[in-house]
Design a binder for this molecule. Sequence first.
Ligand code: ADP
Ligand code: ASP
Ligand code: MG
Length: 402
Amino acid sequence: MALIVQKFGGSSVANAERVMNVASIVTDTYRQGNDVIVVVSAQGDTTDDLIEKAFELNSKPSKREMDMLLTAGEQMSVALLAMAIEKIGCPVVSLLGWQAGFNTTSTYGTARIKSIKADRMKAELDKRNIVVVAGFQGINKYDDLTTLGRGGSDTSAVAIAAALHADRCQIYTDVEGVYTADPRKVEGARKLPEITYDEMLELATLGAQVLNTRSVEMAKKYNVEIEVLSSLNKASGTIVKDGSKMEKMLVRGVAKDTDVARISVTGMPNTPGVAFRLFGKLAQRKINVDIILQSVGRDGTKDITFTVSKANAEDAVEAIRSSFDLDEDAISCDTNIAKVSIVGAGMESHPGTASKMFEALFEEDINIDMISTSEIKISVLIDANDADRAVSAVHKAFLPEE
Ligand code: ADP
Ligand code: ASP
Ligand code: MG
């Protein structure tokens, strides 16, 4: 008998018909003799709708109350799925995050899983129950409910698979697997039979929403192989796994991220310690900085430009204003930008990849604002209005249709 963890995202449980469909996938797996733990997300757009409801009342709700609200979405899903499974005639129990033993850090909204006390889940499996667990949530040391950040149900599933040494971890979604680019937006995007943890990690970080970044980090850390597949058909999916035995592809995929704000600070003194002071202030406010560019400006001054997520932009500007004596127009913030990236383990040993990407953009007359590279990715920052065209052009250059 195998232990199988199956996770179903919001679109897979969006309405009664879809919930019934999930119940039939789960019970088929169970009736083949397996132990099954199912992780579910909130139905359809429920999480977004709850956020909207909160903001109707208060534009700055506390993070604690936000988590109290958002965990309700997953609470509905687990109960509904359990009822659908009961209807089919299999024994089932639904559990909230805390009942499943998810202990997290205290940071509301972006809590991290500290440990999973799996006794209850194990006891339910011993009773031959199908265990349906609410994704995206846990409990902190104050006995308050916490959430793991948007898309966090993927992480819940991988964490259970790691903690219980599951034989399989299947992430069911509304596309057939991981593609070379978002299959809903890019014509010619192809399904990948497999992808390495490192490549998937980059793609997820750079905007491919199909798997949550932390879930991939965790899968890599505990060597959990993830199978990404569709809840709507039986096509084979994508395996995310260790890359040591995999063929290195020059470019495995193209991703787009529009959650980027670029902040430029001009006329800073060109003296030691300025960057340290500036980024130190941002670190104090727990603001993550992505691409950084520094250049020497006029009259012994320097200019520093960097990117943060849109949610942090206002806070970052405020942090700099309050710490440096700068002219009103010395700081600018642009949110109409996008980051387009290529990812592939093969580019490490393949010169000319960057120039080929820049050529594809040049041919589309797309201007590049900033560039950042690592061993297995190249990202460019461009005008948001050019982003879709850029993704298509770069995808065509590196991953032409076969
Ligand atoms: P779920 O609700 O199942 O968690 P998500 O909406 O979080 O699903 O993620 C699935 C979506 O990710 C797909 O519908 C697709 O549009 C998008 N996506 C973006 N990039 C990719 C990619 N490279 N491969 C597959 N899907 C992608
Ligand atoms: N419901 C949560 C969200 O919309 C978690 C998830 O879908 O994984 O972000
Ligand atoms: Mg998701």
